[in-house]
Unconditional design. Structure first.
Length: 283
């Protein structure tokens, strides 16, 4: 594979595009509006500039990396790529529509990957006529500094597709782990979401205060950050949507969001990005 496309120029999409370009791939970064594409390219430029200032790369290398990335709003431009990596909103209907369009645009050899953190790879693949070439590639934020990628097989994902996705991750200096059978949340989020959700239940039930919960897990379990700190950083709205998927898919009460959590979402308390979650942030 030499040329790839990333759909979605947000935080995740821009990070993936940057890492792919640094690995030597030609990258098409596509979003619905040119302003969104520009924001993504600007964030890549800023990230690379930090690397220059820190002596990680030279200015010439930064320019070469940026030169490998082409921004566009035209989905038809992905017709010549070897891999498409979708990183748009976590909504099944939206993803299925995109994959159906990609299936009709891209050549038969093109692998279609999704960066979903919780949705079914098999259901997304069912919108195409190349189910064997659809795979989950779940990157983690922030992409440039987080080495892990979860490779998630759908019901029909071929071994060849898995091998090519693994080679792509290796070239980006990522460590990949294989999820042999898809299940909501895959490995990391399946475990992490339950950890955070349980901490919210402890807070909501009045067992302990916010600071004590986070301090207890940092000092008692050796965590770098407390669960409520992680929740704010992750985005409470995103976290809530994943927990909601778990609750529906597993039909197990352990995934039930606490009423406190539901109320916070209704109030627009989404964590760091909204200025208020379990903590308050001044920008």
């Amino acid at each position: 594979m030499e040329k790839i496309a990333v759909l979605g120029a947000g935080i995740m999409g821009a990070g993936i595009a940057q890492e792919a370009a640094q690995a030597g791939y030609l990258v098409i970064l596509r979003d619905l509006q040119m302003s969104l594409v520009k924001d993504g390219l600007d964030s890549i430029d800023a990230s690379l500039e930090k690397s220059v200032q820190n002596g990680v790369i030279e200015q010439d290398e930064k320019n070469r990396i940026l030169g490998r990335i082409h921004g566009t709003t035209d989905l038809a431009e992905v017709r010549e790529v070897d891999l498409v990596l979708e990183a748009v909103v976590e909504n099944m209907a939206v993803k299925r529509q995109i994959f159906a369009e990609l299936d009709s645009i891209c050549p038969s050899h093109t692998i279609l990957a999704t960066n979903t953190s919780s949705l079914s790879i098999s259901e997304i693949a069912a919108a195409t006529h190349r189910r064997d070439k659809v795979i989950g590639m779940h990157f983690f934020y922030p992409v440039p500094s987080t080495r892990l990628v979860e490779l998630v097989k759908g019901m029909d994902t071929s071994d060849n597709t898995l091998e090519l996705a693994s080679e792509f991750a290796d070239r980006m200096s990522k460590q990949s782990v294989v999820v042999k059978r898809e299940s909501p949340g895959f490995i990391v989020n399946r475990i992490l979401m339950c950890y955070i959700n349980e901490a919210i239940h402890v807070l909501g039930d009045g067992m302990a205060g916010r600071d004590d919960i986070d301090m207890a897990m940092k000092l008692g379990a050796g965590m770098k950050y407390g669960p409520l700190e992680i929740a704010d950083f992750f985005g409470l709205d995103t976290l809530y949507s994943i927990i909601d998927v778990f609750c529906s898919e597993f039909r197990d009460s352990k995934y039930r969001p606490h009423p406190l959590f539901t109320t916070m979402i209704r109030a627009g308390y989404f964590g760091k990005k909204s200025g208020r979650g379990f903590y308050e942030y001044n920008y």
